[in-house]
Unconditional design. Structure first.
Length: 418
């Protein structure tokens, strides 16, 4: 098992001190690196989008890519992946005879195709694929944690920690996650921070923004405040609904959107709908449900809000909103602090506080010059620090450096390998 020593990139907490590592690696293998990526499901989601962005951006001269998952939902993807082969390992639980047989099947696939690097993403993929990769003798095995773990049970946290001991590194997308893992007893030297990266689209014209609003069935003029998030309790959407009532009393022409998958927590969705009706917002607040075109819709917003109460790693919705030139209001938790510069690119507020959330939203709405300045600064920050190319280059560098460590050790100690 190799040990990755984090560079100054992973140790830099302040983004304005982050060095540029996007140059080419000095050690490039002659043959393409055989990379196997394992994700829970090939479907919509922040992690899934990041995986697909990396897959599409890695240099094909340097990497031959393989993909595995527990299932795929091609109708939930904004890009056509039907022609992309994926190895499917259908299991209903991570233990039992069937799960073990599937794990062995994955291990045999990794061995047959002489995979150099296996990278698993998040709890279920970590627990299933990391042992399979070790069984197959894969030279470099990587796990990932993409949130601070509040979704996990105590047992899941223990299992994930145990499994990650067998990985050469644990890749996280925020310093907040790294700190949380260290506090749980993970080895700091094995944790590698690679921030999310996104594509920055050209900004639409005023006429195009009005056309976007038309597709959403909202007025072309007036404040439009939106949340982009899964319908899950840790997203704190009830605080947004409560804040919407306060904002509407102060700004009568405001409209509100909640854009995200509504099939995750049916009880919570029902509670939110009831709260919306009780506060008299049913004609002003729209739950759009699942959308594939969220990045295209974001520029039509006046303010983008992320009211999460815990669990946030590095939020794609914040990055995409800032890339669209939209000022953001987010809670002061997790990786939000690494994205939002308070008072510059947006505003940070305490979690579970609808009063402060409403106050911050109104401040942005009622101060157009401040909103415009925050929108510009947010887009510049994404371009400078959270671009897709930067993420891909950093990921590629980590892959190549880890594999080179293994190959160097094999050259130096040939009798102790294989």
């Amino acid at each position: 098992m190799s040990l990755y020593v984090p560079s100054q990139v992973e140790d830099a907490v302040a983004m304005d001190k982050m060095p540029d590592v996007t140059g080419p690696s000095s050690d490039v293998a002659m043959d393409p690196v055989r990379l196997f990526t394992f994700m829970a499901y090939l479907a919509i989601g922040g992690t899934e989008r990041q995986i697909l962005n990396i897959r599409g951006g890695l240099d094909p001269r340097r990497f031959t890519q393989h993909l595995g998952c527990f299932g795929r939902f091609d109708d939930q993807l904004s890009v056509d992946m039907r022609e992309i082969p994926a190895q499917i390992y259908r299991i209903r639980k991570l233990y039992g005879i069937h799960a073990f047989k599937e794990l062995v099947r994955l291990s045999l696939y990794l061995k047959k195709h002489r995979i150099d690097i296996m990278h698993a993403y998040n709890f279920y993929a970590n627990v299933f694929a990391v042992p399979a990769a070790r069984l197959a003798g894969v030279p470099v095995v990587l796990a990932s944690c993409r949130d601070t773990g509040e979704y996990w049970t105590v047992r899941q946290r223990r299992v994930n920690k145990y499994v990650c001991r067998f990985a050469d590194g644990v890749i996280v997308n925020a310093e907040a996650i790294k700190s949380a893992l260290i506090a749980e007893g993970y080895a700091a030297e094995r944790i590698i921070v690679i921030h999310n990266g996104i594509h920055c689209r050209a900004l639409p014209s005023s006429a195009e923004k009005k056309a976007i609003r038309h597709t959403l069935n909202v007025p072309a003029e007036g404040p439009l405040i939106g949340v982009v998030a899964r319908i899950a309790r840790l997203k704190g959407i009830e605080y947004f609904v409560q804040a919407a009532r306060v904002v509407l009393d102060r700004v009568p022409n405001a409209r509100f959107l909640v854009m995200g998958d509504t099939s995750v927590d049916f009880d919570y969705r029902k509670e939110l709908k009831q709260l919306t009706a009780r506060l008299g917002l049913q004609d002003r607040l729209t739950f759009t449900g699942f959308r594939l075109d969220v990045p295209e819709l974001l520029p039509a917003l006046t303010v983008s809000v992320l009211p999460s109460i815990s669990g946030e790693g590095l939020s794609n919705s914040l990055l995409e909103s800032m890339a669209a030139g939209v000022p953001v209001v987010a809670t002061h938790i997790g990786g939000n602090l690494e994205v939002v510069v308070d008072g510059v690119t947006g505003l940070l507020v305490p979690p579970e506080n609808s009063t402060e959330l409403a106050r911050a939203i109104c401040r942005v709405i009622e101060t157009p010059d401040l909103a415009a300045a925050m929108g510009r600064a947010g887009r510049e920050r994404v371009l400078d620090y959270f671009g897709n190319d930067r993420m891909i280059e950093n990921t590629q560098r980590v892959y190549q450096d880890l594999l080179e460590q293994v190959r160097r050790r094999e050259r130096d100690h040939p009798l102790h390998t294989g």
